[in-house]
Design a protein around this ligand. Structure first.
Ligand code: NAP
Length: 337
């Protein structure tokens, strides 16, 4: 039984605790912590977990074999570094850290440890539909991939959502996904700002992010975060001989009164419910077998941060922004997702 400590008992922290305690096998949540001590005490009390005053104290708990970091992004670096220092596997919700420099400090710490301890929570790699899409591309049946059209649509976003978050919080999932899908880095980005959606007030919405991959594939991502009708994730890959695309938003269509009706998920929790389950079950399995995590690595977290920073610069300046990554440490050369 893998004993996991959870840092951050907010929205996704509580959702992951639910799946670790009621859905997945071979794992127990033995400790929790949160800056909001009342929430941590409530969540910990319900599952019989030790409630720690700080993340560092939780990492040092001998009843914690592995750590899940679900706190606010700016705190991720300190907890990931604490887990690496203790030699404990750590699953960190995205982003790995909020600056590229912080990501590089994590890469250095993991390299000094000598083996992979870190997995970053980019869950699309575990989604059934995206995995099927990747299999279609890898099989060669549509020839070499040339382009990908993506859409990332949210019904609405909370009031604290600001312009840059369309790149750093929303499109960052496509940024990680296309690196995995095509096995190539993103070499340049630009951002076009179409006519403004009045549903979003002053927010620059929608945006069109265009990514150039190092192998020549070009990806466009429509980010629309106030589109009202639901949460809709789309992707179509154009190859030399055909196309491969994600299916519709639902497995069932209802036909009546001369119309076809297909439900659209309300939000990311509904759309990616099973992807989160698979993501954490595979992580638990890999760690329990004494192995290294196989999902998105600290390198992937760093690369996504570099592309996302370039995307923010492209949005602010209107320029095409080139991306150059540091040399990839040997540890990550065979990182798989
Ligand atoms: P949230 O509801 O605000 O939860 C974050 C929790 O962490 C809050 O309870 C917060 O407490 C707590 N926290 C803040 N600083 C802390 C510290 N120093 N030590 C311990 N706990 C601390 O946010 P969320 O939506 O769950 O997001 C958490 C992380 O998950 C973010 O990095 C987000 O990007 C990521 N996320 C990923 C996905 C995905 O699709 N993979 C989806 C959702 C979220 P206070 O509220 O008191 O500050």
């Amino acid at each position: 039984m893998l004993k996991v400590g959870v840092i951050g008992t907010g929205m996704i922290g509580q959702d992951h605790i639910r799946r670790l305690t009621t859905v997945l096998n071979g794992v127990a949540v033995t400790a929790v912590t949160d800056v909001d001590t009342a929430v941590a005490a409530d969540v910990g009390g319900r599952i019989g977990a030790t409630v720690h005053a700080t993340g560092e104290e939780l990492v040092g708990d001998p009843a914690v074999d592995a750590v899940l970091v679900c706190s606010w992004g700016p705190t991720h670096e300190q907890y990931v570094l604490a887990a690496i220092a203790a030699g404990k596997p750590v699953f960190c919700e995205k982003p790995l850290a909020t600056t590229q420099e912080a990501c590089l400090r994590i890469l250095d710490a993991e390299a000094a440890h000598g083996s992979r301890l870190v997995q970053v929570g980019y869950m699309r790699r575990f989604d059934f539909a995206y995995r099927a899409l990747k299999m279609a591309v890898d099989s060669g049946e549509i020839g070499l991939p040339l382009m990908m059209h993506c859409a990332h649509r949210n019904a609405s976003v909370p009031p604290f959502y600001r312009g840059d978050m369309a790149i750093t919080d929303t499109a960052v999932h496509e940024i990680d996904m296309v690196r995995w899908m095509f096995g190539a880095e993103v070499s340049a980005v630009r951002v076009l700002v179409p006519r403004h959606n009045r549903n979003g007030g002053e927010l620059e919405d929608p945006l069109l992010l265009i990514m150039e991959m190092a192998d020549g594939v070009i990806v466009d991502v429509e980010v629309s975060v106030n589109i009202r009708y639901g949460y809709d994730i789309r992707g179509e890959i154009v190859g030399e001989n055909g196309t491969a695309s994600l299916g519709g938003p639902a497995p069932v269509a209802v036909r009546r009164d001369g119309r076809v009706g297909v439900p659209v998920p309300a939000d990311w929790r509904e759309r990616f419910l099973q992807a989160y389950d698979v993501e954490l079950q595979e992580w638990v399995h890999a760690i329990s077998l004494g192995g290294q995590p196989l999902g998105p690595s600290a390198w992937d977290g760093y690369a996504a941060a570099a592309v996302s920073d370039a995307g923010v610069e492209a949005l602010r300046t209107g320029n095409r922004v080139l991306i150059s990554l540091v040399d990839q440490p040997k540890l990550y050369a065979e990182a798989a997702g």
